[in-house]
Design a protein around this ligand. Structure first.
Ligand SMILES: Cc1cc2nc3c(=O)[nH]c(=O)nc-3n(C[C@H](O)[C@H](O)[C@H](O)COP(=O)(O)OP(=O)(O)OC[C@H]3O[C@@H](n4cnc5c(N)ncnc54)[C@H](O)[C@@H]3O)c2cc1C
Length: 346
């Protein structure tokens, strides 16, 4: 949706198809970072997001009930010095409305089945109520982690999957944890993150079996509005572009939700690609984006390992956080920039 929006502003028409019936009812991605807010600002969307979402002002690391470190995002030196918390469904609804206002509609229940190369572009086969064909100059695979387009191009999705299962809950909590801050709780056997979504509803996610039993003693869970289990993969497509077909979003890269970069990276991909399509140099997308995506997924992996305590090294660091406290000021600005997507100019 964001790609169609960016292309529209550059005078290029996009057709969006999606095989599902409608947008997902689940909250999924919660964090919209300053880089994304910056990108969407000229389209009037950031203003709507800011009116609707909530500001997350700091990220805290706890060991048991002891606060070890507070990373204040306001110190980042940016006009949006926070992570905006807004459930993905609400983000998508706003994008849908903004697109509709520009005469662009997502065609749901329409599946991309395949394509053939023509002299001047592509002919795609679409399955809706009937099978139809569609001619275009470009194809963009924004079709998620299991991307059919990536598979049809025989592009390997390189990386690995952790075996352990994560639990996720959107639940009402009675708690004394700071409400407008992300709270990372580390335990000997793993970790969890708690972030308030709105009112008294919080996102709780982590790799400890029976997660809600590990909540701090002063925290009580109430009604659960969504729960799911998932495993984590860290993968990047071997190439992002073939001829005039490009991959963006989860079709190009997946990683753990720790760090909240997934949806934000996808919107950045779309922004960069829209400019390159407009300039007729889509091939440059590979060079301008691939290395950064690989290094970002690597850094998300390090962060994830720190929280889950997967490796001996990360476990040791985590279990001795108190001793390392004097060194935290050195790492905080870098961590802040990464979390806010400001680790590199676009
Ligand atoms: C629990 C959870 C928490 C998360 N938290 C964050 C966060 O805080 N911040 C963040 O930035 N990200 C987060 N993410 C990641 C974020 O949700 C994803 O990165 C984002 O949804 C990816 O968007 P996408 O459009 O690339 O892919 P998707 O959202 O997967 O959309 C792909 C679409 O393609 C359609 N499709 C697939 N195949 C076809 C086909 N053949 N024909 C037609 N349509 C097709 C699918 O129906 C789907 O609608 C989180 C994810 C989860 C699950």
């Amino acid at each position: 949706m964001s790609l169609a929006l960016f292309l529209h502003e550059r005078g290029i028409r996009a057709r969006i198809i999606d095989k599902k019936k409608e947008i997902s009812p689940y909250s999924k991605a919660l964090g919209i970072n300053p880089r994304t807010l910056e990108i969407l600002e000229p389209y009037g969307i950031t203003k709507r997001f800011l009116e609707n979402g909530r500001k997350m002002l700091a990220a805290n690391i706890w060991k048991g009930d002891k606060l070890i470190v507070k990373n204040e995002l306001s110190k980042v030196g940016h006009r949006y010095p926070f992570l905006l918390i807004q459930p993905q469904r609400e983000t998508e609804l706003i994008l849908l409305e903004e697109l509709a206002g520009r005469g662009i509609h997502v065609e749901y229940e329409t599946q991309f089945m395949g394509f053939e190369k023509k002299e001047d572009g592509y002919r795609s086969v679409l399955q809706g109520e009937d099978v139809t064909h569609f001619d275009s100059d470009y194809i963009v695979g924004a079709d998620g982690a299991h991307s059919d387009i990536r598979k049809q191009l025989n592009i390997p999705f390189e990386g690995f999957r952790y075996k352990e299962t994560w639990e996720l809950y959107d639940a009402e909590l009675e708690t004394q944890l700071p409400a407008d801050e992300a709270n990372i709780l580390t335990f000997r056997e793993g970790g969890m993150i708690l972030m308030r979504i709105k009112e008294n509803v919080w996102r709780v996610a982590g790799n400890l079996p029976g997660l809600l039993q590990h909540l701090p003693q002063t925290t009580r869970p109430g009604k659960i509005s969504w729960s799911t289990r998932f495993t984590i993969s860290h993968q990047v497509a071997r190439t992002l572009v073939k001829d005039r077909i490009a991959l963006i979003g989860d079709a190009a890269h997946v990683h753990s939700p720790i760090g909240g970069r997934g949806m934000n990276l996808g919107i950045e991909d779309a922004f960069l690609l829209s400019g390159l399509i407009a300039e007729g140099r889509v091939g440059a997308y590979e060079k301008l984006r691939h290395r950064y995506l690989r290094s970002t997924v690597k850094r998300v992996n390090t962060l994830t390992q720190f929280i889950t305590g997967h490796s001996f090294l990360h476990r040791t660091v985590r279990n001795n956080l108190g001793l390392l406290k004097p060194f935290f000021p050195l790492g905080l600005p870098r961590a802040r920039k990464f979390l806010l997507g400001l680790d590199r100019a676009l």
